[in-house]
Write a protein that binds this ligand. Sequence first.
Ligand code: GLY
Length: 417
Amino acid sequence: MRILVIGSGGREHALVKGLAGNEVHVAPGNAGMDGLAQRHPVEVGSPESIVSLAREIGVELVVIGPEVPLVAGATDALREEGIPVFGPSRAAAALEGSKAFAKEIMAAAGVRTASSTSVRTAEEIDAALDQYGPAFVVKDDGLAGGKGVVVTRDRSEAEAHARAVIAAGNPVLFESFLEGPEVSLFCLVDGATVVPLLPAQDHKRAYDDDAGPNTGGMGAYTPLPWLPEGAVERMVEEIVEPVAREMVARGIPYQGLLYLGAAWGPEGPAVVEFNARFGDPETQPVLSLLASPLVDALSAVASGTLSQLPPLKWEEGYAATVVIAAEGYPTAPRTGDAIAGENLADPNRVLHAGTDTKDGVLVSSGGRVLNVLGKGATLAEATANAYAEAEKITLQGSFYRRDIARKAIEGLIQPVR
Ligand code: GLY
């Protein structure tokens, strides 16, 4: 099948690798994808640019990686042209694009989530801060690439973030804090049919022990040994299916990947957020364990035949990904530095995120530069294998977290039953 993947990060490298065996094109892609896919320039935020490229190549399926083209309406434009596409419509992608819309859907679907207040003016901030706390969850109600959330006990930090969001022209959402470890559950959704992938956990803070600023994600592992038996079924039945049915009832059926970010608290799962696309970096370890053809799963969603997809098969064991970030990430990442090391061209071990080539040399071009992958019979083995790959790479000033999956390995995340 001739397929076009839109995007340029580690998630898209994992998708491109998972689609190997097909004729894969990627736009704009990154330096690590050469050899797996043909790269093309595209304006990611422009539906017209994506449609025109898809037509020019004559693709049979477009897979949209990031949220920006979804919210801009790329899937609507492709479907109007009769081009099959994996990704929700603009209206359905509002589950990620507008936190307030997501709250409305959850309320209508009877899904457990944090209570919240949406604030549009600086004058309302003080009252909202009085209402929430002592832990403040303050969210940019727009697309912020996973970095628009501040969780803090420091009222002045919460206030500063709220003011910055409003100054940038977006509403700000104050939420009650949800107890419990977080789970990322990716679900293929086609109308009311939901097929979950393996559950994963991301590490969103920049530094070890969950210190430092929020990032797009610094590492992830899958599956989750601490999750109670039947947890995935509960998340599907209590959250994803009711939301999918509510979207159908409103005439905006969801067709793509619905990313459920849940907190597993004393009463079970509650929604922290939805995203309208695969998560990054969780996709990297999750897809590394998928034993069924990825193309069949994505095509079934695009063609509305997900209910006929045979059950997905998964490799036994665990997988972990560690993100190698550029100096200064996430606030002011330094780019343009040379990258050296082993296995940089082996997508089973290293997936690229922010890389480019300059005068024939591989250089950093973004904040999250590389994702190293490890698999193993145990989570400890998978993580050790990922760290062994990280040690083989040199990038001046770069850093990575040394504690990916550590709490899970040490049994410090208590199963809730
Ligand atoms: N890993 C967080 C995200 O993809 O939004």
